[in-house]
Design a protein around this ligand. Structure first.
Ligand code: MN
Length: 131
């Protein structure tokens, strides 16, 4: 079975390493972006199966990066799951509004995190929004 590819967008090196390690351990292929612009470029160029999107990012935040990916004909059908760590109210709503399908709160609970990711590939994740 071909490996599913997940683009991890995360600027914190410790979080990035954690996500990379647990996803690779579970057999996913991982791609990495550390700022919002890079995320937009890689979504288009690499067409991953899923994007995990941090919100606070250099160059361009995750909300704007999500909007741009959703505006891009070549990338808009890629599902995006927001990684929210922020105490700021409304970030989850803003990410869903921008086009994310779901969000996962950081710090992540590893088992729950992997369960949620697996659901996307078993067809039991939230349906892709019609646009
Ligand atoms: Mn961040």
């Amino acid at each position: 079975m071909e490996k599913k590819r997940i683009l991890i967008v995360e600027d914190d090196p410790n979080n990035l390493k954690l996500f990379r390690d647990i996803l690779q351990y579970k057999g996913y292929e991982t791609l990495e972006a550390t700022d919002g612009q890079q995320a937009v470029d890689m979504a288009r160029a690499c067409r991953p199966d899923l994007i995990l999107m941090d919100i606070q990012l250099p160059v361009m935040n995750g909300i704007e990066a999500t909007r741009r990916i959703k505006e891009d004909e070549a990338a808009r059908d890629i599902r995006i799951v927001a990684l929210t760590a922020d105490v700021m109210d409304g970030d989850e709503d803003r990410m869903l509004e921008a086009g994310c399908h779901d969000y996962i709160a950081k710090p992540v609970h590893v088992t729950e995190f992997l369960k949620k990711i697996a659901r996307y590939f078993a067809g039991r994740g939230p349906a892709v929004k019609e646009s």
